[in-house]
Design a protein around this ligand. Structure first.
Ligand SMILES: [Zn+2]
Length: 125
């Protein structure tokens, strides 16, 4: 059985979901926390989820997994994102003073995931 690389993808998508949730949950709390900025963040993250889903599906397809199964593993890899989004929105509503730290943590964690997983993966094969 081929196992897809879901852990790094789930970690990244959890953080993306948190970022979007925090973006929407923070609307109106600062001058730059607008609906338009939160929407743009969600759209940007949504766009870059296409290659992320492909990064899960294509290696599975290449390893001989059926097309539909590979497709659904790609879809499954994104299921944590809306859940994390709701958690991020709720958390920021309850813990507004933590907003700058939560955003800094999300940004730092994304940089960590890129440096620890994506860059080494991009340099193999
Ligand atoms: Zn993504």
């Amino acid at each position: 059985m081929v196992t897809p690389p879901l852990c790094p993808v789930w970690c990244a998508r959890t953080l993306e979901g948190l970022a979007v949730g925090v973006g929407f949950g923070a609307i109106g709390k600062t001058a730059s926390a607008t609906f338009e900025n939160a929407r743009n963040l969600a759209v940007g993250i949504g766009i870059q989820n296409f290659p992320e889903g492909l990064a899960v599906s294509l290696p599975l397809r290449g390893a001989g997994v059926s097309t539909w199964k590979a497709f659904w593993y790609g879809q499954l890899s994104g299921m944590v994102e809306p859940i994390a989004g709701v958690l991020g929105a709720v958390a920021i509503t309850l813990a507004e003073p933590l907003l700058p730290y939560a955003l800094a943590f999300a940004a730092g964690a994304m940089v960590y995931v890129v440096v620890d997983d994506i860059i080494p993966e991009a340099q193999t094969g």
